[in-house]
Design a protein around this ligand. Structure first.
Ligand code: TYD
Length: 137
């Protein structure tokens, strides 16, 4: 994917197969995923008052999925702030590089699955909000 000067955020809708046994939700590259997944991590056992994120990435694309329960993601690309409530595995929040994000308001037993385009790299993080604001144009 091309990186634009401002990061962007969008909601993907994954196909679901529903029958009497339950629901099967599928994220399958290259149809439903805009990047190749190199890493998956999961946030779980989350206290309700926990705040995760609090950073932006220089090159990393991510998709956040509420595998169970719900939580709120606030995003800021330096131009606009948005708030997204994720409450179903069928919605994946695509976050490109250049977006500050915070995740909070975790419901009981919620879990957040994150699909990431790159391996973990601390140098890809911008953890200081003022530095983030200076980095976006
Ligand atoms: P961080 O990404 O700041 O967590 P969150 O955005 O969920 O609040 O990561 C927290 C710590 O975990 C930090 O020390 C880096 C480490 N970490 C890894 O070692 N590997 C990983 O894949 C991730 C996501 C984090």
């Amino acid at each position: 994917m091309q990186k634009s000067s401002y990061g962007h955020v969008s909601l993907l809708e994954a196909p679901c197969l529903i029958d009497s046994r339950g629901t099967l939700t599928i994220y399958e590259g290259p149809y439903d995923l805009p990047f190749q997944v190199k890493r998956i991590y999961i946030l779980h056992s989350l206290p309700h008052n926990s705040v995760r994120g609090g950073h932006a990435h220089r090159n990393l694309f991510q998709i956040l999925i509420a595998a169970s329960g719900s939580f709120t993601v606030t995003t800021d690309n330096g131009l606009e702030r948005s708030s997204w409530t994720l409450a179903s595995p069928k919605h994946g929040l695509l976050i490109t590089p250049g977006v500050w994000r915070e995740i909070r308001d975790f419901s009981p037993n919620s879990s957040c699955v994150v699909l990431a385009s790159e391996l973990y790299d601390e140098s890809d993080y911008i953890r200081d909000y003022s530095q983030f604001r200076s980095s976006v144009s």
